[in-house]
Unconditional design. Sequence first.
Length: 278
Amino acid sequence: MFKKLPKVIGHVSALQDGPFIGQEYIMSKVEDEIKIFNRLCPHRFYPIGEVGNHEKNIKCKLHGFTFNNDGSANNSLYKLNCHRHNLGKSGIVFQNFIEPDHKWVDDVYKETNLKYSHCYTGKSNGNWLWLMEIEADLLHILKNGVHPWLATQVDPNDVKLENGDGWIYQEHPDGWWVYVFPFIFIEWSKGCLSINSTFPFDINKETGYSWMTQLYYDPIISNEKREIFNKIEDVFREDVFVAEQQKTRFIPYKKSINRLEDQTVIFGKWVKENRICK
């Protein structure tokens, strides 16, 4: 459906407790080198490990085959399939995305004491393109709307907007949101980092997807601030519910009625320019 798409694996701090299991990949470290492996066991393609957990000993439960941190096999003929990645200044591991020279990269780079906390996962049969559009849409953050809590925390009229090459930036008084088209949503507040990614069941279909939200904190952050920042998952699930109500095929937005929809138009333009017509 689309040309080569950016993906995100996680933040390097997730490796402090051993190889990290993502939705599609295993992130590992050998000395100072980051390794990214396909999560499917190369023997019979059974998924290795539990999403969001660490595997100090990489093992496939189906047949008991184990692997070293460099992907080499211990007791089989099959090594893990290694994939290329982009590790930039921020410490976030991407695929097919080079970090820009921007404040959002610098802010994460300055977080030198982040620790992986936990993750959330979920599934939906809704349209993932509608979901992705709403991540760019600030107009829908209004009182008595679909985000009752968020609307009390952020006035969208106070949000500063910037646009990059395939990404958008939304800065609010307590931090920012970054959206890398079309799957990656990153949120930052001092000492807090969230990395959310969506995974279509079939990239050639608009409906059906899963998601993973990773949470990282500096240990000095108070429990109160953690609880507030954790609400990002509740807000995301509210967006999931909205997208499930939008039953039509995705129609890119062409003209905004005010600046709060400007980035919705940018996303729609990106979809039209990057979609592969069959």
